[in-house]
Structure formats: C-alpha cells, structure tokens
Design a protein around this ligand. Structure first.
Ligand SMILES: Nc1ncnc2c1ncn2[C@@H]1O[C@H](COP(=O)(O)OP(=O)(O)O)[C@@H](O)[C@H]1O
Ligand SMILES: [Mg+2]
Length: 623
C-alpha cells in the first residue's frame, strides 16, 4: 500500500546557504562553479552526517538536511543545532565561505521510500518552508532557530534573542533565537537531582544490600536495573553512590556509558572506566597516557603479570589498534582486563557501573556477562542499567548466575508522582484538574513528570501538548522497533488505550499467530502489557504500557491510512457477537466518526462510509 511507506514525523529541518554566491557565480565559468561547490558540499555533508542528519538535497549553493527522518533519535533538535554550529564555526575560519543557517522543528509527512541521494524529496510540511524563510533572515555566519527547536534545546545550547521574522502567508511574525554555542557535554551521567527521591525505598535497599554482600563475602555481585527511559535507573545508581560516598570505607567507583549512536568504539564504556582509574585525560599525549597506565598497573600486580596486562589494556585506552581486540584475541584481552579489575577489587571494594547496556555491542555484553563467573574472592559490584530491550536481545541476562539480581522498575504510584510534581513546582497544592491531567500524562514516569512541569511553567498557552523532549524519546524508541512491530503498535493506537489481538489481525491483515508473537515481543520491551481482565468477552485484552506511546504512534499515521484503519476497526467491532452494551455502540460510533473525519480531511470519497456511520450514530444515540 502506497501510504504505508509514509509516516508523519516530528523532524528538525536545517537549511544552510552560501552568502552572495549567486552573484559571484554569474561571473564564473560553470567548471569553476562546480570546483568551488564540490568541496563545500562535501564538507557540509560530512558535518551533517556526523551528527546523524540526512542530506535531503543540495540546490546549488544551498543545502537542506533532516534530523529525525528516516529514523528518529532522542535528541534530534540538539543534533541539528550542533551541526549548524559546526558549519558556522567552519565558515568563520574559512575566509572564502560565509553562510546563513536556520534550524526549525515541526511535523512533516515523511516519504520513507524516497531516495534522497537521487534528489527525491523525503519531507513535506510547513516546517520546511518556514525554515527556508528563517534561513534567508539569518545573520551572516549565524544560526537562527524557531521556537520549537529553541524549546527543545535551550537547556543544552546557549541562545540570544533576535528580531522576529516576517514570513509570507503568516499573520504573526515568527519568534526566533540565535544559537551562540553548545554547552559542553558532561562526561559522567547527568541526573538532575533537583528534587528529593520519592519511593524506591525497597529498590535502594536491594542495591545497598548488593554492595554490602560484595564487601562482606568478598564476592562478585551482578545487579541489573531494568526499566523504560526516564523511570529512574540512573537516579537509583546515583543514590547508591551518595550512600557509598558518605561511608567511611573508601571504595573505587567507576562509571561507563554506552551511547545510542556509535563512536564506533565497542568497549567505550570499559575504556572510560580504565582511563578514569589510571587518570588518563583526553588532553594527555600518548606518552603521558602510556606512562600513567604503566604506573597504575605496577601498583596493582606483580612483575610477572605486568607486561601482559599492559599490552592488552593499551588498545582499550586508545594506545594501539582496536583491531587487536577482535576475533581470537578477544578472549585473551578479556582475561587481562578481568585480571586488572580483580586486582583493583583486591585493593579496595570496586563498583563498576555500566549505564545503558541496551546500547552496548554484543562484545561488551559478553564481557560484562562473564565478569561474575571469573572474578572471585574480591569485593566487586557490577551494576548495570538497561531498558527492557536488553532482555529482548539477551533473554537469559544474568540468569543462572549465583549472585545475580534483576531490579525491574515499575511506574511510580499516583501518590508518589503527586509528591514529585509538587516538589518540582515548589507548590504543595495544584488546581485539581491540573493535577489530574499531569498525573495521567506522566503515567508514573518521573522524567515525563519533570518535562511536563517544565513545559507548564515555561509556557502560558495551556500545556495540552507533548513536550518535544518526551516526544523525541518515545519516537526514537518506536523507530528502534522492527517495521512489523511498529505497524502493529500503530494499528493498536487506532483502537485506543486498550486493544485486542483479533482486532489487530483484522486491521493489519496479519494472521493471529503472528499478532500474538509480536505482542509478546512488545510486552517484553514494556511497550504493551496484557490486562488481567478484558472488556470484551472471549477476547484477550492488551493495553499500552504508557499512554503517550499510544499518542505518538497514532500521530505517525497519515490521515488516509488512519481513516481506513478506523473503518476496519469499526467493521471488526460490528463483526462481534451482538452485545447490547453501551460501550460497543459508542466505540462503533467513535470509529466511524474518526473514519469520516480523516477521510474527508484527506480528500477521499466518503460515500461508502456514510451509511454505516449513520446507522452507528443512530444506535449510539438510542442508548
Ligand atoms: N524516585 C524518584 N524520585 C524523584 N525523582 C526521580 C526519581 N526517579 C527518577 N527521578 C528523576 O527523573 C529523571 C529521570 O530519571 P533517570 O534516572 O535519569 O531515568 P533513566 O536512567 O531510567 O532513564 C531524573 O531527573 C531523576 O532525578
Ligand atoms: Mg539513565
């Protein structure tokens, strides 16, 4: 189906244009024009792709790039502004190049089948035109951003105010900001701890207990904290660190993170730990780094072991080819690294924190998984955080090990979330409706609660919208699914908060057995959950794990496809055994109304829908 290759997405658009090039080109030979533009294009493409952007097209001396399509990242607006600043900085250094750049975020229809490399456009939407307009208003060697981009990035980018921009066909002038510079990314995990910890007493006890056992028994403990983004994994790690830090006995605490986009370094998280341990700084020369590594190893192990451990640690910290870590040599490297950590733990209790393991390469997962089997007789706590996706990749993670524990974080309760919200707003009492709405939208997720509160306090226009940051996290998670799983979630979103496998089979034209398989996978990743009791007799019922996932998935469906899916949903309900409940008549009326609305919005023929819809409305009204 044509429309299945299209998706509505929130994208960030970047336009960059050479200043005064057209005038200059008039006097040039075409070959000279090409000779000037080629390196410029190459440079722009390199910068844009480095930050995860997709070049949509070059038009002479202008470029248009997309961040968030075809695949969304959690932080697309930030990536786009960082890329824009990198291009600006480059232009400031090059005397012969001057640019104007604009970045703007908004909804676009994305043609997933488009091949941008052959000049086919991928994105269509007002955001594209507006960005082009902002671009021509940008200062020379400057970056202008629109309001949505500004809102999504003002905590990580420094801006200054700029004159609003007139835009053709728009009554109001557009609010814009000029990006000044990006704030440094902090190397360690950034968890805002503005508010007091609510709940999680039992989980924190479990962590404290794991560390205590490692110390008392001189054993290795593997603890994995599992939960969806924003649920509080890193915060719990931070809480344990605070307690350990306050303790009289000094311990080694090392932290390593896996990132969603590769710097191409498989063992980056481990390298981070080793570098911190031996005191290697990014600014160190290779000689200094090597000396620090050697000295640190000499402190730890006897002479006989030193050369071997050093040789295997060097490539890890960037002193030697990474290829030495692959293949047959892997197990030897692993052994040396383990020995290093074991020797550390023999000196002092050691905590190794592996953050966001769901993004780790398989090799790193193997290393972490095997660590507890090999290191013994020294106090070591291996503390991991991961999203449920990890268990989809490694269903047996930690399983069957003596000292392994999995802590699964569920949403906070309403009372806890309310305490968190009150703390965030610095206000004990909220108007009842605001409170209820906030609780429902946060759904027990502390990060979402924070973001909604921030939106409410920064904006005056209500706040029924989804904060860009939350939208980004959810959209990126949806894009990490297989296309079948994502299609199934979109179909489910049409049905609503709760849905039924046989309805999904009917809407998606997929056999029941496949629907069940995919739902199981989605349940493992905590996108959906099976309800204990359903609302339709004889039908298993599922629900979205978080309501906002449903909203984001639903908003991705183009209108024509949405109309058709609502029609199919109505047909499925109609096909059920007659049940004179209000509910069903209401559902039927809702799906027909939606089908009509989106079909006419998409300019489709609504004749075939009119009769069944009228019938459904009449029945609905009869109750
Ligand atoms: N139990 C809690 N009480 C108060 N704030 C919390 C709690 N759990 C998480 N937070 C806050 O919510 C935000 C997201 O938590 P974080 O630990 O970063 O989530 P995750 O690592 O699971 O993605 C952080 O600002 C954190 O301080
Ligand atoms: Mg985290």
């Amino acid at each position: 189906m044509e429309s299945s290759r299209k998706e509505r997405k929130i994208v960030t658009v970047l336009f960059a244009d050479l200043v005064g090039f057209t005038a200059r080109a008039e006097q040039l030979d075409p070959e000279d024009v090409e000779a000037i533009l080629r390196p410029y294009h190459e440079r722009l493409r390199a910068e844009l792709e480095r930050f995860g952007g997709t070049v949509e097209k070059f038009i002479g001396d202008a470029v248009m790039a997309l961040f968030g399509a075809p695949v969304a990242h959690e932080d697309d607006p930030e990536r786009a502004v960082r890329a824009a600043l990198a291009i600006r900085d480059w232009a400031r250094e090059e005397e012969s190049v001057q640019v104007r750049i604009a970045v703007n975020t908004g909804e676009a229809l994305i043609n997933l089948g488009a091949r941008p490399e052959s000049g086919e456009g991928m994105a269509a939407g007002d955001v594209v035109n507006t960005t082009a307009r902002l671009q021509s208003a940008a200062p020379v060697n400057g970056v202008l951003v629109g309001e949505t981009t500004y809102r999504a990035t003002n905590q990580v980018i420094d801006y200054r105010g700029a004159e609003p921009v007139e835009a053709k066909g728009k009554t109001d002038r557009l609010a814009v900001w000029e990006a000044v510079e990006a704030r440094a990314r902090v190397g360690t995990e950034v968890v805002s701890t503005r508010t007091a910890l609510v709940g999680r007493a039992r989980e924190l006890d479990q962590l404290v207990d794991g560390l205590a056992r490692a110390r008392q028994e001189s054993s290795t403990q593997l603890v994995t904290i599992v939960g969806v983004p924003g649920i509080g994994k890193s915060r719990l790690v931070y809480e344990l660190w605070q307690l350990a830090d306050a303790d009289a006995e000094i311990i080694f605490w090392r932290h390593g993170r896996s990132l969603p986009y590769g710097d191409g370094v498989t063992f980056a998280a481990l390298a981070e730990m080793v570098k911190a341990q031996v005191g290697i700084l990014e600014t160190d020369s290779a000689d200094d780094a090597a000396a620090k590594l050697r000295a640190s190893i000499a402190d730890l192990v006897g002479e006989a072991e030193r050369p071997w451990i050093e040789a295997k640690l060097r490539p890890l910290v960037g002193l030697g080819a990474e290829s030495e870590l692959a293949g047959d040599r892997r197990s030897e490297s692993f052994a040396a690294w383990r020995r290093f950590f074991e020797a550390l733990a023999e000196q002092r209790p050691l905590v190794l924190v592996f953050e966001d393991l769901h993004w780790a390469d398989d090799d790193l997962l193997d290393f972490v998984d095997e660590l507890p089997d090999w290191v013994d007789g020294a106090p070591l706590l291996v503390l991991c955080t991961a999203r449920p996706e990890l268990l989809d990749r490694r269903s047996g993670w930690g399983g069957g090990k003596r000292n392994a524990l999995m802590i699964s974080l569920s949403p906070l309760g309403d009372e806890e979330t309310a305490r968190l919200i009150a703390d965030l707003l610095d206000r004990a009492v909220l108007p009842a409706e605001t409170q209820t709405a906030l609780l429902a939208r946060a759904g027990g997720n502390p990060l979402y609660a924070e973001q909604f509160v921030r939106m409410i306090s920064e904006r005056t226009d209500g706040g029924a919208e989804l904060p860009e940051t939350v939208q980004g996290i959810i959209a990126a998670r949806l894009d990490s699914l297989s296309s079948e799983e994502k299609a199934l979630l979109q179909d489910a979103a049409v049905l609503g908060k709760v849905f039924w496998p046989s309805a999904l089979a009917a809407i998606g034209g997929v056999p029941d057995s496949q629907v069940e398989d995919r739902l199981r996978g989605l349940a493992r990743k905590e996108f959906v959950r099976r309800e204990r009791r359903g609302s339709i007799a004889g039908e298993t019922e599922y629900a979205f794990g978080h309501l906002l996932v449903r909203d984001v998935a639903y908003n991705q469906i183009p209108r024509a496809a949405r109309a058709e899916k609502h029609r199919l949903a109505a047909a499925w309900i109609d096909s059920l055994a007659r049940d004179r409940s209000d509910d069903r008549a209401e559902m039927l009326a809702h799906h027909y109304a939606s089908a009509l609305e989106f079909a006419s919005a998409a300019g489709l023929d609504t004749d075939t829908l009119a009769e069944p819809a009228r019938h459904a409305f009449r029945e609905g009204a009869d109750r």
